[in-house]
Ligand binder design. Structure first.
Ligand code: NDP
Ligand code: MG
Length: 395
């Protein structure tokens, strides 16, 4: 049976891996719409290659470029926020939500509100607006398939029992490129250093989040929303080989784990599978060749972002929304060379401290979440060094 697919964030790392899987099964998928931020040339090529019906760019100034790219193809296109929402709402069986950051929240929610099945990579949607997002999904009956490798492994492991018998869950972390670095060395880290991820090739924002372990903190919050577990039921362990991705601990002492080579095509293929699994060109796991799997507790003194994210999860209310907005500002400032790597945690902490005094409930809607996100960004920008603030005022 043929499935119709829309890809939000088609030109990114997850988008490209999704296309990799689709190209291996062209007969099984038809592409409805593809969306990107501003890269008209890459999006145009993807739309042509996939025979998409519609292509949309978030950047409204790039419409002429996209039109020129698609000239003669018959593929409809648009640019700007409404075009992205139009793409997200288009009829499709599965929407791969792989826009980076809170920019993905509106389009992903629009797809969900149209009843689409969502293959969710955009963890920031859940961190920012998890309660509203999951409530709306349940009301509408829209299915959310976890695409993040850890959560996908957990979802697969959960099939071994029922959620009421789960004591807890563990997500694994590679430890990132700074796993063995001292704080002194991290103080001088550059954006290029964060791109040297040991196992995955990813977008620049998640590279920084992986280096700071904020990514793992965001994933604990993501797991809380996806599986309905409390903060004290969720933990993270560093596992540099990245063979085990997630573990479900059952009440009888059994543990079910999800294993695979670290290759995002594997969880993507699971999300795109119907009743039968997709046959893709994935390496077969050979444990004897790997030899040993190692584990260590994450060091929250060297990686305070993980501590802050866990605290935000325990605190609840709007704190994760504040944490996420501040992190996006701090990561952008770091990538722009305006603050140091260690300043990321400082900016997030200062923002969360300011937010703590406001004690706000979890956002009840996407609009409310975006408004708290904007408030968080304002606080975070004011926590940046003065030289960094003006150019980042629009963040
Ligand atoms: P990338 O930076 O590689 O790609 C981001 C994508 O989003 C690009 O297609 C980009 O388009 C598009 N985009 C950016 N801004 C907008 C916008 N305002 N509106 C519409 N589209 C936009 O990111 P990744 O693929 O690495 O990550 C995407 C998401 O998946 C993130 O939430 C990340 O946390 C999550 N994830 C990623 C994993 C990975 O291995 N990479 C693993 C697990 C989760 P353009 O090219 O035009 O800028
Ligand atoms: Mg992950």
């Amino acid at each position: 049976m043929q499935h119709t697919l829309t890809i939000l964030g088609a030109t990114g790392s997850i988008g490209r891996s999704t296309l990799d899987v689709v190209r291996q099964h062209r007969d099984r998928f038809r592409v409805a719409a593809v969306v990107a931020g501003s890269n008209a040339s890459a999006l145009g090529k993807i739309a042509r290659d996939m025979g998409a019906e519609f292509a949309a760019l978030a950047d409204g100034t790039k419409l002429a470029d996209l039109r020129a790219e698609l000239g003669g193809s018959g593929i409809a296109c648009g640019a700007g926020e409404s075009a992205v929402i139009e793409a997200a709402e288009r009829d499709a069986d599965i929407v791969v939500a792989a826009i980076c950051g809170v920019a993905g929240l509106g389009p992903t929610h629009a797809a969900l509100a149209s009843g689409r099945r969502i293959a969710l990579a955009n963890k920031e949607s859940l961190v920012c607006a998890g309660r509203a997002f999951m409530r709306d999904a349940a009301e509408i009956g829209a299915e959310i398939l976890p695409l993040d490798s850890e959560h996908n492994a957990l979802k697969q492991a959960l099939a071994a029992g029922v959620i009421d018998d789960v004591l807890g869950m563990t997500v694994t972390a590679s430890g990132g490129p700074f796993r063995t670095w001292t704080r002194e060395r991290m103080a001088a880290a550059t954006p290029a250093d964060t791109a040297k991820h040991p196992t995955y090739s990813m977008g620049e924002k998640i590279n920084v989040d992986s280096a700071s372990l904020m990514n793992k903190g965001l994933e604990l919050i993501e797991a809380h929303h996806l599986f309905g577990l409390r903060a004290d039921q969720l933990d993270a362990v560093v596992h540099p080989q990245q063979i085990i991705h997630g573990l479900v601990h059952w009440r009888d002492g059994s543990v079910t784990a999800g294993l695979a080579h670290p290759d995002m095509c594997v969880p993507i293929a699971d999300c795109l599978s119907g009743e039968r699994r997709l046959d893709i060109a994935a390496r077969r796991l050979d444990l004897a060749a790997i030899g040993s799997l190692t584990f260590e507790a994450p060091d929250e003194a060297r990686f305070p972002c993980l501590r802050l994210a866990r605290w935000a999860l325990e605190e609840g209310g709007a704190m994760p929304t504040f944490l996420n907005g501040a992190n996006e500002v701090a990561v952008a400032a770091f990538l722009a060379g305006r603050i140091g790597f260690l300043d990321i945690a400082r900016v997030v902490e200062e923002t969360c401290e300011a937010a703590a005094s406001r004690s706000r409930p979890a956002p009840a809607s996407v609009e409310e979440a975006l408004s708290i996100d904007a408030e968080s960004r304002r606080i975070a920008v004011s926590a940046l060094p003065r030289t960094a603030a003006p150019a980042l005022a629009g963040l």
